[in-house]
Design a protein around this ligand. Structure first.
Ligand code: AKG
Ligand code: FE2
Length: 333
């Protein structure tokens, strides 16, 4: 059913509108992300990952471990005044009496690349959000969760060579703020082979309009094609194979994104966006050429959307060494 509205998405999202950076997505422009389960045979899951460019794993990580991490995160951010008075840190409810521009999202809110988002009045919040990356509950525990690591080492067959990269981003999409643009991850991991696995892990429940990740249907093939075309062009322009591989993709915006707006990009390519609501414990594993973006957070309860992207490589093969330090603003990636 190429462009029919999806009943599953509509039923979990009655009457609300989905917004991306360049406006609303119509019902005919979306379809549900396919669900997978840890109880399924690994060969089956691997096949699906290869065919679809992603697997959306339900309940891969124990829910209580994810909620514990969410609670620690918001306890860390609470001194900035971001949370609604009278709510619990684990809920992560934005205080809508505050100016959202003083609480910009890390990873999507900066004017260019991965710079510091917001002005002076956002400093307290942004500093606290950055600090969480090196808190033991996160960098020693959550980001190394064995349920995820073990699953990825099995899925890839890398076994003990599976390496979880130290550079990760805790992305906090506060309600109404800018969402991440259209991209594929290999652009940012280009000093390594295109075999890395990204695990996008929502830290908490995310309603369908709550700012979760969205995937372009068949986007891994489109991403691969864009990459090939770029390489061809670079060679025509006299770059060596090595230079072409490492050159920042000139087809793209200076930030590395294919486009700021998913709506226009999807229409241009005649492709739908796959979306879903997420529960704490879910994770989406995607390929380095899979094209994705995020919706703008319009959660009805004003819940702040926090997700982390954990990346895994085969340490026995060349990988992008720029990802071996904790995330900093303007760290050159
Ligand atoms: O969380 C986001 O908004 C973006 C995450 C992402 O692009 C990724 O995990 O690769
Ligand atoms: Fe990404």
């Amino acid at each position: 059913m190429p462009h029919a509205a999806s009943p599953e998405v509509e039923s979990s999202w009655p009457g609300a509108k989905l917004f991306v950076n360049d406006g609303p997505l119509e019902a005919s422009e979306v379809a549900p992300l396919k669900k997978s389960y840890p109880s399924e045979p690994i060969e089956e899951l691997r096949k699906r990952y290869n065919e679809d460019g992603y697997i959306f794993m339900k309940g891969l990580i124990p829910r209580e471990d994810v909620l514990k991490a969410r609670e620690s995160y918001f306890k860390g951010l609470a001194p900035s005044g971001v949370l609604k008075p009278g709510t619990k840190p684990v809920e992560g409810i934005f205080d809508d009496a505050k100016d959202r521009l003083n609480y910009p999202g890390i990873g999507a809110g900066a004017a260019s690349g991965n710079g510091r988002p917001g002005g002076e009045s956002a400093e307290v919040f942004v500093d606290l959000a950055l600090k969480q990356h090196t808190e033991p509950w996160y960098c020693e525990e959550f980001s190394k969760h064995p349920a995820l690591y073990d699953f990825i080492s099995k899925l890839t067959g890398w076994g003990n060579d599976t390496l979880s990269l130290k550079r990760t981003l805790l992305r906090n999409n506060t309600p109404g703020n800018k969402a991440i643009g259209v991209h594929y991850d290999q652009i940012f991991l280009r000093y390594g082979e295109p075999t890395s696995v990204t695990a996008w892990v929502p830290m908490g429940d995310v309603s369908v309009q709550g700012g979760g990740l969205i995937y372009m249907e068949d986007g891994h093939n489109v991403g691969q094609r864009i990459e090939n075309e770029f390489t061809e062009k670079a060679k025509e322009n006299g770059l060596t194979e090595e230079e072409a591989k490492y050159a920042f993709n000139r087809n793209m915006m200076s930030t590395g994104f294919l486009a700021e707006g998913p709506a226009g990009f999807g229409r241009e390519h005649g492709a739908r966006w796959l979306l879903t609501d997420y529960e704490a414990g879910d994770a989406v594993l995607h390929q380095p050429h899979s094209i994705h973006a995020s919706t703008i957070n319009h959660d009805p309860q004003n819940k702040i959307r926090v997700g982390t992207d954990l990346r895994f490589v085969n340490s026995a093969r060349p990988y992008d060494k720029r990802w071996t330090n904790y995330f900093q603003f303007n760290d050159g990636v």
